[in-house]
Structure formats: structure tokens, C-alpha cells
Design a protein around this ligand. Structure first.
Ligand code: PLP
Length: 485
């Protein structure tokens, strides 16, 4: 007979209440089954074990079980433990996920999800990935991990940055994080910055981190080359700014060297911490990326890195390269709040980086994404009054048009396609000309991307535009030119 594990069923008997003890036990088991705590087919504790657990006689439990057997809640098969009736799921199926109100709204769960931010993850778990996790799983766990993270991973990150980002930093300035957002949160904790400038438009998820910390958010203007450094505030500057110099999010402009130097000079003059969001910088298709901004000034710039895009958000691992003056403060935060990434994960990522697995994967993905980017340009070419700006790096494209943003996005949603509204990227009110949506081309299958692009084309092409050219001043470098009317 199968061994039934000791189950601490949450049954509380009330000896002062009116109902008999067997009735109370039976009622509790009915309730636990109906609410899904006890599952169909699952063995219940033996009458002896449950009686001991509840402090009642075995006979009391047997009476309760007999009642439940008679009602069909339990089944007793010779040679097996008494179990919850395996036929019950049909009667006690979980309620449908969509509420009656939601059900009237079709396509709440998108058939094709083109919201940006997701890489193609099918090929992550290849041989070197599996080998890295085998090594990590076999390594001893009884070791103490420094507050900034496991040294093996920090050294591998240094090498990764040196080779891919032209940035040579010391491992004792690298802290392991649970990704870009967690890294930002760590920097805010450690620096105490409460007044933070953000590029406008910019990545809404990083702004949400600022909201969570009740920071004052200052919007900094951008153009097709990224942050407009001539408009940085000279009076009452913020304590920190978040910038995306490799490719501005979402339009993709690269911050040229003159602006980089102007930003750093301004930051030094006012003592502003520059937070370089270096997301996606390895995924570049047209030209080699400029070295990280942090390589120009290690004292003023903190570099935020994440493996969410190059590998998978499921890894929840990233890093930050700290200006030296923040190292002790970050260690103190980690000391109080703990390290968010397990040692096993840190070892596996280190092993994967050191074996060249990530470099090979990135190279493969760059080929796939470059092809997809070209596919996006070709599929959406020639639409009147529509501008398509796929970045020359990264995994998304921006589509702008001169019609109502919401109705286009709703029309796509009704056809099962999810995209992100361009308006969401603004911290301030978006300029009137900035209507459109952002969609990712990384995280879907080839077939879904082709279908998604056909749907976008049909939807945008269905209603001829009233103007020939979109009014936006933005154009990503390497982006498709405005499509002729
Ligand atoms: C612009 C930008 N910054 C940072 C991140 C990092 O996010 P995560 O917290 O998932 O590592 C992302 C991820 O999508 C991003 O798109």
C-alpha cells in the first residue's frame, strides 16, 4: 500500500459548537476539497493519523470518513489509501479565469502578443546552457557569498563588458542584481536619490520603480539622437538621471560623443549620478555600439545591465557597475535586504558567460533579429501616412500615424494582437503628433510575427490617411524612411 505522508490538514474542531465532531470533520474535508486545498485523487490521512493529529478517537474519524464515502467525496479502493474521489474535478472544476464581465470582451488574452520587451527564448536552453546549470547544481552550496554577489559571476561580467562594451572595470565595483529594475531600485536605495530625471519618452517600467520609491520624476527632452543635453537643467538639477545612450528607448537614437561629454560635464558640475541603462546594447544590427558611457567616467556613471533581453527575463539576473563612492552604500543595502539572486543561478550564469555560451547565443540571436527587423521594414513599407522605425538595435519597432491611437490599438486587439501604446512611454503629456504604438518582434514565432505584421498592415492600410507625412520629429538612425504617400 502506498505510504500516505503525514498531512497537517487545517481542520479546527470546535468542541463548544453544536455539531458533532464527525460532522465537523466531514464538513471541513468537503470544504477543503471544494476550495482546492485537497485535490481529486489525493489520498487523505489514515484514520489513525488524523485522529492523532486532531486529538480525537479513531472511531470519530472513521464515522466522518464513512459519511464522506457514502456521499461520494471519498473512495476506498482495496490495497490503496482512502482518497478524494478522482471523478470530482468535473464537478469541482476551477472557475474559468475570465469573469462573466470579461467574457463579453473578446480577445482579452492576446492570440499574438507583440508587446515589446520579450526576446526569443526558444533557443536559450541549448547544450552550453544545460552544461552551465549542471556545473552550478553540482557545486558546493555551503559557501559564503560576498554582499555584492558571487566573485565568479562578477569576474565573468567584467570580461563580458570588456569584450562586448569596450569597458574595462574592476570586479569589486560590480554588483549582481535581479535585473535592470532591481538594479535601479538598489541604486536609488544606496544613493538616496529622490529627485530623478528621465528621458521623455522613456521606459515606463523604470519610471514605475521611481514611483514606487516616491521619487520626483523630472522629464528630460529627447530628439532623434537621444537626450538633448543643451536642455539639461542648470538650476536645481535632479540628483540622478537615467539615460539610454546606446539606443534611446523607444526611438533608438544613439547619443553621440559630443552629447556624452556634455552630459558628463554637466553631471560632474552639479554632482548628478548618471544611471546608464545599457539594456539591449549587444543587440545591434547596423553598426558596432559605442563603448558604454560608464567607460568615460567611472566616478559619475553607474551602468545598469540585464540578461533579460539577451537571454530571458525568467533568469531575473543582471548587474550594476558602481561608481566607487557607492560601493559601501550598496553593500550596506544588500547586507540589510539580502542578495536577490541565488548562488546556484549566479554560478550557472557565470559558467555560461565564461564558456562563451552567451557570446554565441547573442551572435545567433543577432542574426535572427536582423532578419526579423528587415521583415518588419518590408512588411509595413508603403503605408500612407505611417512611419515605421525599427531600431538599428534591439527588439522592437515604433509605428507612428496621424489617427487616433486608441482606436488603432483596439482594432488590433479585437483581432487578437497586443501591442503597446506609444503614449505610455511619455512621463509628461505626449506631444500631439506622437500617436502610434510600439511592438516587439523578438518574443514570437516566425509564423506569429508574419501573421501579426499582416494584421498590422491590413489595419493601418484599411483607412487612408489624411496627411502624407507624419508630424513626428523622431527618426531612429537606420530606420525606414517615411513611406511615400
Ligand atoms: C529599456 C529597458 N531598460 C531596462 C530593462 C530591464 O528590465 P529587467 O528589470 O527586466 O531586467 C528593459 C527590459 O525590458 C528595457 O526594455
Amino acid at each position: 500500500m502506498r505510504q500516505v505522508p503525514e498531512v497537517a490538514l487545517p481542520i479546527v474542531l470546535d468542541r463548544t459548537a453544536g455539531g458533532s465532531l464527525p460532522n465537523q470533520i466531514a464538513e471541513s474535508i468537503r470544504h477543503l476539497t471544494a476550495s482546492g486545498v485537497l485535490r481529486a485523487g489525493e489520498p487523505v490521512p489514515s484514520s489513525r493519523a488524523l485522529a492523532r493529529h486532531l486529538g480525537v478517537s479513531r472511531g470519530t474519524v472513521i464515522v466522518a470518513y464513512d459519511q464522506l464515502l457514502a456521499e461520494g467525496w471519498l473512495v476506498a479502493i482495496a490495497g490503496s489509501a482512502t482518497s478524494i474521489n478522482p471523478q470530482l474535478p468535473r464537478a469541482w472544476a476551477a472557475p474559468p479565469a475570465v469573469s462573466a464581465r470579461g467574457a463579453s470582451r473578446p480577445q482579452e488574452v492576446p492570440r499574438i502578443d507583440l508587446r515589446p520587451g520579450r526576446p526569443l527564448q526558444d533557443e536559450v536552453a541549448g547544450p552550453s546552457w544545460r552544461a552551465a546549470w549542471r556545473v552550478a547544481a553540482a557545486a558546493p552550496v555551503g559557501v559564503s557569498v560576498p554582499l555584492l554577489g558571487w566573485p565568479g559571476l562578477r569576474a565573468a561580467v567584467v570580461e563580458h563588458l570588456r569584450r562586448l562594451r569596450g569597458f574595462n572595470c574592476e570586479p569589486d565595483r560590480v554588483a549582481v542584481t535581479a535585473g535592470g529594475r532591481e538594479g535601479l531600485s538598489l541604486l536609488l536605495h544606496a544613493s538616496g536619490a529622490k529627485d530623478v530625471g528621465v528621458e521623455d519618452p522613456g521606459f515606463p517600467s523604470l519610471r514605475r520603480v521611481l514611483h514606487r520609491r516616491n521619487a520626483i520624476i523630472r522629464s528630460l527632452p529627447t530628439d532623434d539622437q537621444g537626450l538633448v543635453t543643451t536642455k539639461l537643467p542648470e538650476t536645481e538639477p535632479p540628483e540622478a538621471v537615467i539615460v539610454t545612450p546606446a539606443h534611446q528607448y523607444p526611438f533608438g537614437g544613439t547619443l553621440h560623443i559630443d552629447r556624452r561629454l556634455a552630459l558628463l560635464e554637466w553631471a560632474r558640475r552639479h554632482g548628478v549620478l548618471v544611471i546608464e541603462d545599457d539594456y539591449d546594447s549587444e543587440l545591434r544590427y547596423a553598426s558596432e555600439p559605442l563603448p558604454a558611457l560608464a567607460s568615460l567616467d567611472a566616478d559619475q556613471v553607474a551602468l545598469l545591465g540585464t540578461f533579460s533581453k539577451t537571454l530571458t527575463p525568467a533568469l531575473a539576473t543582471g548587474f550594476v557597475v558602481l561608481p566607487r563612492h557607492l560601493v559601501a552604500a550598496v553593500e550596506a543595502v544588500r547586507g540589510d535586504l539580502g542578495q536577490p539572486v541565488s548562488l546556484v543561478t549566479q554560478r550557472a550564469v557565470a559558467e555560461y558567460l565564461a564558456s562563451g555560451g552567451l557570446a554565441r547565443h547573442t551572435q545567433r540571436m543577432r542574426r535572427v533579429y536582423r532578419r526579423r527587423r528587415n521583415q518588419v521594414v518590408a512588411a509595413l513599407a508603403g503605408l500612407t501616412g505611417v512611419r515605421v522605425s525599427p531600431m538599428d538595435g534591439g527588439l522592437h519597432a515604433v509605428v507612428q500615424f496621424d489617427r487616433d491611437e486608441r482606436s488603432v490599438i483596439d482594432a488590433l486587439r479585437m483581432q487578437g494582437l497586443a501591442v503597446a501604446s506609444l503614449g505610455e512611454y511619455w512621463a509628461s503629456e505626449p506631444p500631439g503628433s506622437q500617436r502610434g504604438f510600439v511592438f516587439g518582434f523578438g518574443g514570437v514565432s516566425d509564423a506569429d510575427l508574419a501573421e501579426g505584421l499582416a494584421t498590422i498592415r491590413a489595419t493601418l492600410g484599411g483607412r487612408p490617411s489624411t496627411i502624407g507625412r507624419p508630424a513626428s520629429p523622431h527618426r531612429a538612425p537606420g530606420a525606414a524612411p517615411d513611406q511615400p504617400s
